[in-house]
Design a protein around this ligand. Structure first.
Ligand code: OFO
Length: 173
């Protein structure tokens, strides 16, 4: 049986993952409204990935005999002044998520829940990847944005990202 403090912390993280999911959907819709359908598609794939993160936590809590208690999801921002600022905000958001995952690991260690701390290692590695992915896109914007055709090229490149079915995302990220 999982300790109440861990259950509460994981439920908080489930909410945070659904907020991330919501945030990337909002960003995707904003890109679409600007005619940047490749970036919209990329962010939609990321929206799916975030649902996968939430489902991983949901499955884990169920497996440990805990209760999944879903809460209200905060409204995400709906407007940005440029495509680069969408990705800069996303990077900042991922830094925050990394810090939340680190706090979760601290709680697991304080509660001597080694199973939870092992489970959380996947998320530690995932955050390294998430930060690096968003940083790479922000860097591309900063290097190329002065060049004519840059936005078109990057939109085309990002549009090649594959989306996955929601049913499989928890296992196939
Ligand atoms: Fe973007 O990693 Fe989950 O929230």
């Amino acid at each position: 049986m999982i300790k109440p403090r861990i259950q509460e912390a994981i439920n908080r993280q489930i909410n945070a993952e659904f907020y991330s999911n919501y945030l990337y959907l909002s960003m995707s819709a904003w890109m679409e409204s600007k005619g940047l359908s490749g970036m919209a598609r990329w962010l939609l794939a990321h929206y799916e990935e975030e649902a996968g993160h939430a489902i991983r936590f949901v499955n884990y809590l169920n497996e440990r005999g805990g209760r999944v208690l879903l809460d209200t999801i905060d409204a995400p921002p709906t407007d940005w002044d440029s495509p680069i600022n969408v990705f800069k905000d996303a990077l900042e958001h991922e830094y925050k998520v990394t810090s939340m995952i680190n706090d979760l690991v601290d709680i697991a260690l304080e509660e001597r829940d080694h199973a939870a701390s092992t489970f959380l290692q996947w998320f530690i590695n995932e955050q390294v990847e998430e930060e690096s992915t968003f940083k790479e896109i922000v860097d591309k914007f900063e290097l190329g944005q002065e060049h004519p055709g840059f936005l078109y090229m990057l939109d085309k490149e990002l549009g090649e990202r594959q989306t996955v079915s929601i049913a499989n995302i928890a296992d196939n990220q």
